[in-house]
Write a protein that binds this ligand. Structure first.
Ligand SMILES: Nc1ncnc2c1ncn2[C@@H]1O[C@H](COP(=O)(O)OP(=O)(O)OP(=O)(O)O)[C@@H](O)[C@H]1O
Length: 236
């Protein structure tokens, strides 16, 4: 059995200075396994985004260790940290951050073009991941021609086209209606199960907990529960 794809070990985080100094995370331990969709839930201000930023190597913790595919991040030069992040971690945000002037396939391809992949290879891989998110037939559509849920699925395709071992999603369904939210969660759950990737989704949305293999609750910067979903929803 392989180890976790992403680990937070004894992470504490202080934000702000002086009288505004605030402990956002308090000795948090979380290991994300490949092949699973984990939900991170908790009230506003509980530390979810702070933890996601630390796991995504975008924020350096005040103390503790992050391991990406077993590699500790502490002490890495910025360039090495950026490479580790780029090669291992995909990001999905609440707003899709698509280029409005590019088609769906070009929005996906761009993630490979900037890594220097050949044009043919980029097109082939982008076509494959658009099929995974169920949008092969929309490859030539511009974002304005797509629903919010379809745009989010293009953003997911872009996040996985570089074949990361873990996908981090911050409130990916917050801007979507129930049906589109379910379609996005179904795609994320399938990506976790079919590809042995770890998927971590930060959400407020209790409607989507049925898609999870595991639900972690955080409050006041501490993990207060961590449970396996008994009957997580089957994905198409
Ligand atoms: N720069 C900062 N200085 C001081 N406190 C901060 C700073 N940034 C965030 N915080 C505080 O840290 C806490 C955790 O914030 P975080 O954004 O991680 O919470 P969250 O659970 O993601 O909230 P939400 O669900 O509202 O997005 C909050 O109480 C927030 O006010």
């Amino acid at each position: 059995m392989t180890g976790p794809v992403l680990e937070a070990i004894d992470i504490s985080q202080y934000l702000g200075d002086g009288a505004a100094r605030f402990q956002a995370l308090d000795a948090v331990n979380l290991a994300i396994a490949g092949g699973e969709l984990t939900l991170l839930m908790g009230p506003s201000g509980s530390g979810k985004t702070t933890l996601l930023s630390i796991l995504g190597c975008m924020l350096t913790p005040s103390s503790g260790t992050v391991r990406v595919n077993g590699h500790p991040t502490a002490g890495l030069e910025p360039g090495d940290l950026a490479r580790l992040r780029r090669d291992n971690i995909g990001f999905v945000f609440q707003s899709y951050h698509l280029f409005q002037t590019l088609t769906a396939i070009d929005n996906v391809r761009i993630a490979l073009d900037i890594r220097g992949e050949s044009s043919d290879r980029s097109t082939q891989k982008a076509t494959e991941v658009l099929a995974i998110v169920g949008l092969a037939h929309k490859a030539g559509s511009y974002p304005r021609e797509l629903s919010g849920g379809e745009q989010q699925r293009v953003a997911i395709a872009r996040a996985i086209v570089g074949d990361p071992s873990v996908l981090l999603a911050d409130e990916p369904t917050a801007a979507l209606d129930a049906e589109n939210g379910r379609a996005v969660m179904s795609v994320l759950a399938r990506i976790a199960r079919d590809s042995a990737r770890g998927v971590l989704v930060v959400t407020h949305d209790p409607r989507i907990s049925s898609f999870a293999d595991r639900v972690v609750h955080i409050e006041d910067g501490r993990i207060i529960s961590d449970s396996r979903a008994a009957g997580s929803q089957k994905v198409a």
